[in-house]
Design a protein around this ligand. Sequence first.
Ligand SMILES: [Zn+2]
Ligand SMILES: [Zn+2]
Length: 272
Amino acid sequence: MKLLDYHCHTNFSQDCNYSMEEQCCAAIQRGVVEIAFTEHEDYNPDDPTSFYFQHGEYHQAVDRCQARFGDQVVIRRGIEISEPHRHPARVREVLSSYEWDFVLGSLHWVTPEINTYLPEFFTWLGDWRRSFERYFTEMIALARDGDFDVLAHLDYPARYGRHFFGDAYDIRAYEPLIRQVLQQLIARGKGIEINTSPWRRGAESANPPAVVLRWYHELGGTILTVGSDSHTPADVGADIARAIELAKAAGFTHLTRFERRQPHFIAIDALQ
Ligand SMILES: [Zn+2]
Ligand SMILES: [Zn+2]
């Protein structure tokens, strides 16, 4: 199967130690025919990844890798912006200063003080269920106001803190909020991704679980990307074939690629 990986990091992200060249070699080995390097763009002063991404050098690295590997893998210029709805002026500036192919919008900091991967996210409102409610409520604002192309890892906190919620977390409890998120995205011509990272951490479901893909499909959503969220060569392309099967099972016949922020649809059958 030909694979697309639309969520990958390199050492232009503060939390990744591998070069774009190394990530490209891994992609080629694994059968990834198209890859988007979506580096962290954060503005929260408490986030170690903040203000780390050097855009000019990144674009030079993409030029270099396209010259070296371009006949084996298509490389897209991506960026993963944290909380784009809270930083509209900065986002406008970075998105207009360079030619980007693909913009992920992420909710990592549910408020400017609380990061979802820290234990306090699950305790700060007393009950972890209220934390998830607060998270999806904030996501409606992101979906409504943020400038991005695809919403990343829709239920990101489910990746972490499993010792707080065990098996009791069920995304269906938040269906009305998530439907509002999906409706906003569809109305604005934006999409969601299947992020395979939770599978590598032993979780049963990707971000988001299959049921959310079905809601999205029922509501008329068509823009869907797949991504590993890899921070290492070993994870490039990881479980992408499984994600494509999940998309198919939810009713999708196409996946989405992006070029200069325009969506293009590719038939899943054409990948097989
Ligand atoms: Zn992320
Ligand atoms: Zn990421």
